[in-house]
Design a protein around this ligand. Structure first.
Ligand code: AMP
Length: 186
């Protein structure tokens, strides 16, 4: 079973993805974490993306799509939970094409819907806990604006999918987990 967790920055995509990974014995595909790891390891990719990441801008589709390809064609990673990918229409189409080449498909899409004020409050707390440089007040506004412009329109692409479900992302972690769990029967 392959699942996309979709929503604005700070919606709790990573948190819910990690919980599903445990419950479903699956693999979390977090492009954000993969990119942060490239920066930490100071790789060629890491050097290229540092500036964009720190300023809350997207990393190029070319780089992100390449990272993704390596995972989709890894035969050991059978059940995938996508968190933070796709973020553009180009990425969504790329995902469809890669999945169909490897005889996989998306079974569920959970849209965690949270309003801007709630996001800003959450990110303020996360900044203290996780010390992410892109969680400062200005950068989060940029990330939110880019989400509204580039990523939210993907709802048109996904909302007619039979596995699409909108979940109130302003609820607490456990409540969101149980709503998703009811749908997946886990
Ligand atoms: P996240 O951890 O999902 O909040 O992502 C953190 C940052 O990584 C984003 O603000 C982007 O700079 C970059 N990033 C993560 N996933 C993608 C993606 N699918 N496309 C482009 N940039 C991404």
């Amino acid at each position: 079973m392959n699942i996309i967790i979709f929503g604005p920055p700070g919606a709790g995509k990573g948190t819910q993805a990690k919980i599903l990974v445990q419950k479903l014995n699956s693999f979390q595909v977090s492009t954000g974490e993969m990119l942060r790891d490239e920066i930490k390891r100071d790789t060629e990719i890491g050097k290229k993306i540092l500036n964009n990441m720190e300023h809350g801008k997207f990393v190029s589709d070319e780089i992100v799509n390449k990272l993704l390809e390596n995972i989709i064609f890894d035969s050991k990673k059978k059940k995938l939970i996508f968190d933070g990918y796709p973020r553009t229409l180009n990425q969504a189409k790329n995902l469809e094409s890669l999945l169909s080449k490897s005889n996989k498909k998306i079974d569920y899409i959970f849209f965690l819907n949270v309003n801007k004020d709630a996001i800003l409050k959450r990110i303020e707390k996360r900044k203290i806990l996780e010390k992410r440089s892109d969680d400062d007040a200005n950068t989060i506004l940029t990330r939110y604006d880019i989400y509204m412009k580039e990523t939210k329109p993907l709802l048109d692409f996904y909302s007619s999918h039979e596995g699409f479900h909108e979940v109130d992302g302003s609820l607490g972690i456990d409540e969101i987990t149980s709503k998703i769990g009811l749908i997946l029967n886990v």
